[in-house]
Design a protein around this ligand. Structure first.
Ligand code: SF4
Ligand code: SF4
Length: 341
């Protein structure tokens, strides 16, 4: 275990920034947000960022290609910019787990999404163990998420005035080698104390009684046809806030925009809560708002786990609990479907 004074973090970021871009959570008026490190920047002490870290790999909007059309001639303009190595510092356990969920969609099945892959390949992820989970956090209901020991290329823990680091991968070793002059040997005791302290808090958070394994016991059609969907979806505004804030939502649309000089083909996040989502020429497969609402939660709680070794498409980050204007969220849905037995 290596350690450093928390007060030396700016030297740590500065040293890494000499070689590659570093992003860290900083306080903004919209809450904590990832920003590119610049001299004097101070890391946020918030328990997590308002927007998730998925933006690094799956940005809200990205250009794919441009076309120039002149009479009957079409010229294809490659707009791709090569991604350089970068470091994301301070990723929490829930958001780190969300990368695995996105990987299963974009990397681990054909066709591999090359835009996503390039960013994943160039990123070094430094996680930060949680110290102050909030009452909306429920990562602890998932067996494979450990807020006190989040993983990543490097895991870090803040305890008192010190920050501890443990490299877990080759990329992590390389990063630690860059800053080795700032680090000294530390013993494991403070890190073990930090893990125990966060576990103590997680065990006392209000959302601990959902048992998602109970959902798996119901037949798929019983869940699909459960009359509770009508009641649950009634107040939903279909605003899509929950999907945009969610670190595991990964649906997108591909559109084109004529600037007058060229046509830009871009992809942008989409939401299954929207009426025109997966709109086809003939019609839309989901006609009612209830069907769209059901799709979002069935995808997260039933379809994705059925196709991905039982892994739920939720990491308990609590963003949907904090942001929904009508206070609907996945915890309420899971409980209504029998996940609180
Ligand atoms: S944030 Fe709430 S109101 Fe908006 S679409 Fe999601 S569940 Fe519905
Ligand atoms: S469904 Fe809600 S709690 Fe689960 S990962 Fe998405 S935003 Fe976080």
């Amino acid at each position: 275990m290596l350690k450093m004074k928390v007060a030396d973090l700016s030297k740590f970021f500065g040293k890494i920034a000499e070689n590659e871009t570093v992003y860290l959570p900083v306080d903004t008026k919209e809450g904590a947000s990832y920003k590119k490190y610049e001299d004097g920047m101070v890391m946020s002490e918030a328990f997590n960022t308002t927007r998730s870290a998925k933006d690094f790999f799956f940005p809200q909007v990205e250009n794919i290609v441009d076309f120039k059309v002149e009479d009957k001639k079409i010229e294809i303009l490659d707009t791709h910019e090569a991604v350089k190595d970068f470091v994301i510092f301070g990723v929490r356990a829930c958001d780190y787990k969300s990368f695995e969920i996105l990987d299963r969609v974009y990397l681990l099945q054909e066709p591999v999404d090359q835009l996503y892959k390039e960013r994943r390949d160039h990123a070094t992820i430094v996680t930060l163990a949680c110290q102050k989970p909030q009452e909306t956090c429920f990562c602890h209901v998932f067996d494979d998420i450990d807020a006190g020991n989040p993983g990543g290329d490097v895991t870090s823990w803040i305890f008192g005035d010190d920050i501890f680091f443990k490299a877990n991968t080759e990329k992590g070793e390389k990063l630690i080698a860059l800053v080795k002059d700032l680090l000294s040997e530390g013993d494991d005791k403070p890190v073990e104390d930090s893990k125990a302290a966060v576990k103590f808090m997680l065990d006392r958070l209000p959302i601990k009684d959902i048992k998602l394994s109970e959902l798996k016991k119901k037949e798929l059609l019983d869940k699909f046809n459960d009359p509770v969907w009508n009641e649950l979806s009634e107040a939903c505004l279909g605003c899509g806030t929950c999907t945009f804030n969610c670190p595991t939502c990964q649906c997108y649309d591909v559109r084109e925009f004529n600037t007058g000089k060229e046509i830009k083909r871009f992809r942008c996040w989409d939401s299954c809560m929207y009426k025109d989502f997966t709109q086809m020429a003939a019609e839309n497969s989901r006609h009612t708002h209830m069907q769209r609402f059901r799709q979002r939660f069935m995808h997260k709680l039933v379809y994705y786990p059925e196709n991905n070794d039982g892994i739920f498409m939720c990491v308990g980050c609590g963003r949907c609990l904090r942001s929904c204007p009508i206070h609907m969220n996945i915890v309420k849905v899971a409980k209504a479907l029998g996940g609180d037995k």
